[in-house]
Design a protein around this ligand. Structure first.
Ligand code: PLP
Length: 361
């Protein structure tokens, strides 16, 4: 079997070892005579999976005891609403750092619920950078400050995070969770859909500080309350059991690779190959994001003409590359190099880029 060079933006590559392990356990999970998908979520075997996924997240990401780890449904898009539903009270403001399409979607949901403010924006630079910390101005009555740690479409990423004091910092880490060590104690809430760095779609990880669980609105429907899920260790209703199981396997894989710090180095090595191919092309390729804001997860770049970009996609597909077309809103090219994308795929892409340039430069 030939595996594609998978640069999809999400759902994205899952480690081959994980897929093989899931295949082995698919029909008969640990001698139960059934698949994990066929099992009650109240069974001891599934409870183990649920507990292990949460425990591994805690261990690998260094999550302190006074945080809950929740495994929810609805994707990161539901978190765009759940954050303000729980935390944005009347008389308060939801403050947003605008770095592109995803921040904008989060802001739009908050506007449906309460007052909002833009704490910083890089729109004047077409969102091709993240703001410096000194550009971020938080209103006095802010309920929280929300930012997107990695902008999947634009290809920008925060390297440092603001110190927000008593105001909870909320981060959408959908496209860079567990790709590098983070000081969790700086954040009130971190959320991420699993389908980029953690496994398949269907489960959303929420890391939330205890006091924010308690402070959440009591008048919103149960399924939208963080407290509901925290009290039930994410087993309030039927969970996306197969996705949670897959996430637990991916987490075991991350542990076997030496943990998140090791992964960060691996990710940087992978990304460097492709950024070097861009920077050493004498202008044939042009990186979209400004240097200091470049993402280690989503590399966005262009070639002089759209025609050449189309040709690049066509030829790359013939060579076994998948997912190199930029997001439909911005065009151009994008390589997503999440945790599970092997170094070999990045080496192959860098080589392909150099060869393509030789043929067309
Ligand atoms: C940064 C970011 N936030 C939110 C989302 C939306 O996630 P979901 O599809 O899980 O709702 C995405 C999806 O690509 C994303 O990249």
């Amino acid at each position: 079997m030939t595996r594609a060079f998978n640069f999809n933006a999400g759902p994205a590559a899952i480690p081959l070892e994980v897929l093989q392990q899931a295949q082995e356990q698919f029909v008969d999970y640990k001698g139960a005579g059934m698949s994990i998908m066929e099992m009650s979520h109240r069974s001891a075997l599934y409870e183990q999976v649920n507990n292990e996924a949460q425990a591994l997240l805690r261990e690998l990401f260094g999550i302190p005891d006074h945080y809950h780890v929740l495994l929810l449904q609805g994707g990161a898009s539901t978190q765009f609403a759940m954050v303000p539903l729980n935390l944005l009270a009347s008389g308060q403001t939801g403050a947003y750092v605008m770095t592109g399409a995803w921040a904008d979607k989060a802001l739009k949901e908050a506007k449906l619920i309460g007052d909002t403010a833009i704490a910083a924006t890089t729109e004047a630079d077409q969102f091709m950078r993240v703001p410096s910390l000194s550009e971020i101005v938080i209103p006095d009555n802010a309920a929280y400050l929300h930012l997107t740690s990695n902008e999947t479409i634009g290809g920008t990423q925060f390297n440092e995070f603001p110190d927000t004091g008593d105001i909870p910092l909320v981060a959408d880490m959908s496209s860079d969770i567990l790709s590098r060590p983070i000081d969790i104690s700086k954040f009130g809430i971190i959320y991420a859909g699993a389908q980029k760095n953690l496994g398949p779609s269907g489960v959303t990880v929420v890391i939330i500080r205890d006091d924010l669980v308690k402070a959440g609105s009591k008048t919103i429907p149960s399924m939208f309350r963080y407290e509901t899920h925290a009290k039930a260790t994410s087993l309030y209703n039927t969970p996306p059991s197969f996705s949670v199981y897959m996430v637990s396997l991916v987490l075991q894989w991350i542990k076997s690779k030496g943990g998140v710090a090791q992964l960060e180095q691996y990710n940087r090595d992978k990304t460097k190959l492709i950024y070097d191919a861009i920077d050493q092309s004498g202008g044939f390729y042009r990186g979209c994001a400004q240097q200091q804001s470049r993402s280690v997860m989503n590399i966005t770049f262009r070639i002089q003409s759209e025609e050449l970009e189309k040709q690049f996609i066509k030829e790359s597909e013939k060579e076994g590359f998948v997912g190199l077309k930029g997001h439909r809103d911005v065009g151009g090219l994008r390589a997503s190099t999440y945790n599970a994308v092997p170094l070999e795929s990045c080496q192959a892409l860098a080589q392909f880029m150099t060869d393509f340039q030789k043929r067309n430069g």
